[in-house]
Design a protein around this ligand. Structure first.
Ligand code: DGT
Ligand code: CA
Ligand code: CA
Length: 585
């Protein structure tokens, strides 16, 4: 049994590593092609394939060998051939040749917030800039501001961006950190000496980015666990190996801490290492006022007798508090809520009855309407809104009016086959144009079941104009949701400047819900902004923005952000049952 289990784990983790490797290669090919000024559709094909790999549970190597890959959406002949090269040699020829034709660090340039491929390629062509350091030197020497399309403002923004990059370089997006944590925990749980393995730290709190992983294991025999853990990376990447604590750098960059604890103090350790620091400081102060002592081993009375430690509930109970969900342990305000019995209901995925932001093959998604509906039903949803892009989004294959109407007819036919058990909503993610008008005329929008509006262009407007633009868009009679309201891309692009209080007030006035976009890269609105919107009386909506079926899973990232914001299902559009939603929209 043990052997079988270990074998399974090995296969599972190899799938993870293979898929991640090829995913990185495809992403780099896309970046290189973009840098070369290649056709955007070619670039998108590689980005799409990379996204496909992200959600894959099986090894891409197995799928290739069994011939199943060929029938997967997004994997045309040319891509399958590249996968074949990867399976045979661990490399992709196109990737190798592209890489050889550029300086080794050039892609890192595009990690600078505010610097896309277009500008990076100008920098390379005109000034032979091929690394972040070289760009910084050129900016400081005043060489960049004279390039066409740059100027002094861009120079300042790029310097800012470089500073941000250096600061944020070490933090990973929550979705990515979770995948790594799952991978490591699976391997740890398979060790005979391990009774239980869990992640604590900011990951457990569901924070949008994670500085390092804090893993905890219950074991009576730490030595083999430390050996197995530190063997997961090359020796050079082991930062520290102690009897019960080790640290390593995953991919040479991202720190992972592992601590072994005894069962009798597991709850205390989970509490302590989940943090946040601020939350812990308040709890410790509370313990002191009760003449107790709280640390990572337990809660102790003044004589040093243990009062609690095995589980977290015991620690909180010993301090006279109900258990506080990890996502709320941030500011200290949650302790007041706990004391007053006002803790929010912890949102659960089962509280949600539908997905309200998805893309199909009709625009830039990977699945047919039938596939989207089947996936939604499999997940127990009552409804799903198909919200493909509108006509201005040419790069995303946005729908013309004619195609939109065609799609509507197809959705109607499909709905007939569901016999009322499930409902596809005919929707649109309709662009908000520069002047606040919408990309489809009102008589068209009036026909749709569900209208999501979003800004996808002219991000740099002055704040007053941006506020007016968004508020005007929300004032159109058929709008249901403002998608990814702030426009931020985590680690890459700050949200646009606007008067958020005015936007929340307008959203409330027009009964437009604000989205918590669940994409790993967005999580927009942020937890704090969502809370503020909630306090201003707005409704919210969790939208996966899924472009492929595995991305339906991103909903759980949105659930975590909603929990952090203290928002329960009663103020979420997709917390409504179908009849209620129908009555509202
Ligand atoms: P991160 O890794 O920057 O995303 O954030 P955290 O919260 O995971 O922080 P980390 O990894 O430095 O530490 C994990 C938890 O351990 C932290 O949330 C609370 C606890 N902790 C660490 N250092 C201290 C400390 O000096 N005092 C207290 N009370 N708790 C600490
Ligand atoms: Ca951490
Ligand atoms: Ca840590």
């Amino acid at each position: 049994m043990q052997g079988l289990r270990a074998g399974f784990v090995k296969a599972g983790s190899m799938a993870f590593e293979d898929n991640q490797k090829l995913l990185a290669i495809f992403e780099e090919i896309a970046d290189f092609l973009e840098l070369q000024g290649e056709n955007i559709f070619k670039v998108k094909a590689y980005q799409k394939a990379a996204r496909g790999l992200e959600g894959l549970e099986r090894s891409v190597t197995d799928l290739y060998r069994s011939g199943e890959l060929q029938s997967m959406p997004g994997f045309g002949k040319a891509l399958v051939e590249k996968v074949g090269q990867f399976v045979a040699t661990g490399q992709v020829e196109l990737h190798q040749s592209l890489k050889a034709s550029f300086p080794p660090e050039i892609l890192h340039l595009m990690d600078i917030p505010g610097l896309g491929a277009k500008k990076a390629s100008v920098l390379y062509r005109e000034l032979k800039i091929g690394s972040v350091d070289a760009l910084e030197a050129a900016l400081r020497a005043g060489l960049v501001r004279d390039l066409k399309g740059f100027g002094q403002r861009t120079e300042e923004k790029l310097l800012d961006g470089i500073a941000q990059l250096r600061q944020g370089e070490q933090r990973w997006l929550l979705g990515r950190a979770q995948k790594l944590a799952d991978h490591l925990l699976t391997q740890l749980r398979a060790l005979p000496a391990v009774k239980c393995a869990e992640a604590a730290g900011s990951l457990r709190r569901g924070k949008e980015t994670v500085g390092d992983l804090d893993l905890l294991v219950i074991t009576a025999d730490a030595a083999p666990v430390m050996d197995a853990f530190t063997a997961m990376v090359e020796p050079a990447h082991v930062l520290m190996k102690g009897p019960t604590k080790s640290s390593l750098r995953w991919e040479g960059r991202f720190q992972v801490d592992l601590r072994c604890v005894e069962e009798s103090s597991f709850g205390a350790a989970m509490q302590y290492f989940t943090g946040s620091k601020d939350h812990n400081v308040v709890l410790r102060g509370r313990a002191e006022r009760l003449s107790c002592k709280l640390n990572e081993y337990g809660l102790f009375d003044c004589l040093g007798q243990s009062l609690a430690g095995t589980d977290e509930e015991g620690i909180y109970a010993g301090l006279g508090l109900p258990w506080i969900a990890p996502e709320l342990r941030e500011s200290g305000q949650e302790i007041e809520w706990a004391e007053q019995g006002r803790l929010p209901i912890r949102l659960q995925p089962e509280h949600l009855h539908g997905n309200l932001h998805t893309h199909s093959l009709w625009s830039d998604g990977e699945d047919t309407l039938e596939q989207l509906a089947a996936e939604a039903m499999r997940r127990g949803y009552e409804y799903l809104a198909v919200t493909d892009h509108s006509r201005s989004m040419v790069v995303a294959n946005g729908l013309t009016i004619e195609r939109l109407l065609d799609q509507g007819r197809q959705i109607e036919r499909l709905n007939d086959t569901f016999e009322g058990k499930f409902r596809l909503l005919w929707g649109s993610e309709c662009d908000i144009l520069g002047d606040g008008s919408l990309d489809f005329p009102e008589d068209i929008l009036a026909q749709l079941d569900f209208v999501v509006v979003a800004v996808h262009s002219q991000f740099q407007m002055p704040p007053e104009a941006m506020t007016e633009r968004i508020c005007k868009a929300m004032g159109h009679p058929h709008v249901d949701v403002l998608a990814h309201p702030s426009g931020r891309i985590l680690g890459k692009r700050a949200g646009y400047q606007a008067d958020w209080e005015a936007i929340y007030a307008t959203a409330r006035e027009h009964n437009v819900a604000l989205e918590i976009n669940c994409s790993t890269h967005r999580l927009d609105l942020s937890d704090l902004a969502a809370r503020r919107a909630h306090d201003c009386g707005c409704w919210l909506s969790l939208g996966t923005d899924a472009h492929s079926l595995p991305e339906f899973d991103n909903l759980h990232l949105g659930v975590l952000q909603a929990r952090r914001a203290g928002i329960d299902a009663s103020r979420l559009l997709n917390g409504l049952r179908w009849e209620q939603l129908q009555a509202r929209c």
